[in-house]
Design a protein around this ligand. Sequence first.
Ligand SMILES: *[C@@H]1O[C@H](CO)[C@@H](O)[C@H](O)[C@H]1NC(C)=O
Ligand SMILES: *[C@@H]1O[C@H](CO)[C@@H](O)[C@H](O)[C@H]1NC(C)=O
Ligand SMILES: *[C@@H]1O[C@H](CO)[C@@H](O)[C@H](O)[C@H]1NC(C)=O
Ligand SMILES: *[C@@H]1O[C@H](CO)[C@@H](O)[C@H](O)[C@H]1NC(C)=O
Ligand SMILES: *[C@@H]1O[C@H](CO)[C@@H](O)[C@H](O)[C@H]1NC(C)=O
Ligand SMILES: *[C@@H]1O[C@H](CO)[C@@H](O)[C@H](O)[C@H]1NC(C)=O
Ligand SMILES: *[C@@H]1O[C@H](CO)[C@@H](O)[C@H](O)[C@H]1NC(C)=O
Ligand SMILES: *[C@@H]1O[C@H](CO)[C@@H](O)[C@H](O)[C@H]1NC(C)=O
Ligand SMILES: *[C@@H]1O[C@H](CO)[C@@H](O)[C@H](O)[C@H]1NC(C)=O
Length: 352
Amino acid sequence: MATIRLMSLQVAVFLVLLAPVTPPVSAQKPAAHCLDKCGNISIPYPFGIGADCARDEGFQLHCDRNESTPRLLTYQFKPPQQLVNLSLADGEARVLLKPETKCIVEERSADLPPPPTSYTFVNGSTTYRYSAKKNRLVALGCPNLGYIVDGSDNYVSGCMSACRPSLDSPLPAPCTGERCCQINIPPTLNFYVPRMYNFDNLSTVDAELRGSTTPCRHVFLVEQTWIETVYNDTKDFNRLELEAMPVVLEWAIRNVYNCSAGKRKTTDYACRSANSDCFNTTDNQGYRCRCYDGYEGNPYLDGGCKDIDECQRQKEYPCFGKCTNTQGNHTCVCPPGTSGNAKQENGCRPTD
Ligand SMILES: *[C@@H]1O[C@H](CO)[C@@H](O)[C@H](O)[C@H]1NC(C)=O
Ligand SMILES: *[C@@H]1O[C@H](CO)[C@@H](O)[C@H](O)[C@H]1NC(C)=O
Ligand SMILES: *[C@@H]1O[C@H](CO)[C@@H](O)[C@H](O)[C@H]1NC(C)=O
Ligand SMILES: *[C@@H]1O[C@H](CO)[C@@H](O)[C@H](O)[C@H]1NC(C)=O
Ligand SMILES: *[C@@H]1O[C@H](CO)[C@@H](O)[C@H](O)[C@H]1NC(C)=O
Ligand SMILES: *[C@@H]1O[C@H](CO)[C@@H](O)[C@H](O)[C@H]1NC(C)=O
Ligand SMILES: *[C@@H]1O[C@H](CO)[C@@H](O)[C@H](O)[C@H]1NC(C)=O
Ligand SMILES: *[C@@H]1O[C@H](CO)[C@@H](O)[C@H](O)[C@H]1NC(C)=O
Ligand SMILES: *[C@@H]1O[C@H](CO)[C@@H](O)[C@H](O)[C@H]1NC(C)=O
C-alpha cells in the first residue's frame, strides 16, 4: 500500500508598505565610484548599488558576483530576490519569485521536491508595488484552489483549477480553469502570502473537480505574458517543481502620495533635472519623473535631461528643408526662394 506523504513548501512573498515616511535622501547625485551596471543590467539613478549610490534604501541594489553571471539583488525582499530587468522609462522592474508548491508524493519516489524556501519579511518597501496590470495570480495543477492573503491574513484574490478525467483532451485556451486558472490582483498590492485550500483528502472532493489529480499544485504571481508565451498545458500542469517566475514590480518615489506634495518638499524632490517634471503614478501612491518634450535622459539627475538634436534624427523628425536645432525643439523651414511645408518630401516649392 502506498503511503501518502504531504510535502509542503512554505513560501511567503513580502513587499510591505509602511506608511509613507521620509527616507534618508542622498543630497548629491551618486558619487563617481558608483557602478552603472551589474552584469548586463544598467543601474540608473535613483537606483544604485550601495547606500551612497541610491536615492534611499528602497532603491538600493546589490550586485552578487559570486557566480559566473553577476546577479542583481534587491533586499526589499527577505531573503533577497533577483531583479532581471529595470527600466526608468516605464517605471518597471522584474523580479524572479519562486512559486509556492505543495505535492502529494509516494514515499518510494526518488524525486522529492527541494527543501522548503522560507521568505520572511523584515522591512517594508516604500518603493515597489506588484503591477496589477501586468501580473496574474496563477493556480496550477489540480484540484487546486489557490489564493493570496494580505498582512492581516485577509483573503485578497484566488481561483479554482479543476481536473477532468482525461488529460489528453485539448484545452480551449491556456489557463482558463481546467488544470490552471488565473485571476487579477488588486492595485497597490505590496504584500501577499500564497495559500492553497487543503485538497489533501481527495475522497472529500467532488468527482467532477477531482479527475486526474496532479502530483503537485502551485500558486504564484507571474507576468501575464508568461501564460500566453511560456505556459504549456501539456508540459507544465503535471510538473513537480517550477522555476522562479518573472513578476513585474512598479517602482516610484513614494515618500509622498502625489506629485504636488513632492514638489513642495523641495529638499528631497526627485526630479532633479531642470528640464524635467513629475507625474502622478496611476495608483496614486507616489510620483515619477520625466524629461520635458524635446529632452531625453535621466530626469532624476542634475542636468540629466539633455536636448534632443532633432535635426540629427531625420526618421523621427523628418525635415526636407533647413533644419535648426533649438533648446527643447527645432525649426524646419523651406530654403530661401522656396515656401511650403518643409516637413513633407517635396513640400517646398519655388516662390515666383
Ligand atoms: C543579459 O544576459 C542574459 C544572460 O546572458 C540574457 O538572457 C539577457 O537577455 C541579457 N539582457 C540584456 C538586457 O541584454
Ligand atoms: C558571496 O560570497 C561571500 C563569501 O563567500 C559571502 O559572504 C556572501 O554572502 C555571498 N553573497 C551572496 C549574495 O551570496
Ligand atoms: C526588459 O524590459 C525591456 C523593456 O521593457 C524589454 O524590452 C525586455 O525584453 C525585458 N527583458 C526581459 C529579460 O524581460
Ligand atoms: C529595518 O528598519 C529598522 C527601523 O526602520 C532599522 O532600524 C533596521 O536597521 C532595518 N533592518 C534592516 C535589515 O534593514
Ligand atoms: C478522508 O475523508 C473521508 C470522508 O470524510 C474520511 O472517512 C477519511 O477518514 C479521510 N481520510 C483521511 C486520511 O483523513
Ligand atoms: C507543449 O509541450 C508538448 C510536450 O512537450 C509539445 O509536444 C508541444 O509542442 C508544446 N506546445 C507548444 C505550443 O509549445
Ligand atoms: C497629496 O499628497 C499629500 C502628502 O502625501 C497628501 O497630504 C495630500 O492629501 C495629497 N493630495 C491629494 C489631492 O490627494
Ligand atoms: C497629482 O495628483 C494630485 C492629487 O490627486 C493632483 O492634485 C495633481 O494635480 C496631480 N498632478 C499631476 C501633475 O497630475
Ligand atoms: C516646437 O515648436 C513648434 C512650432 O513652434 C510647436 O508647435 C511645438 O509645440 C514645440 N514643441 C515643444 C516640445 O516645445
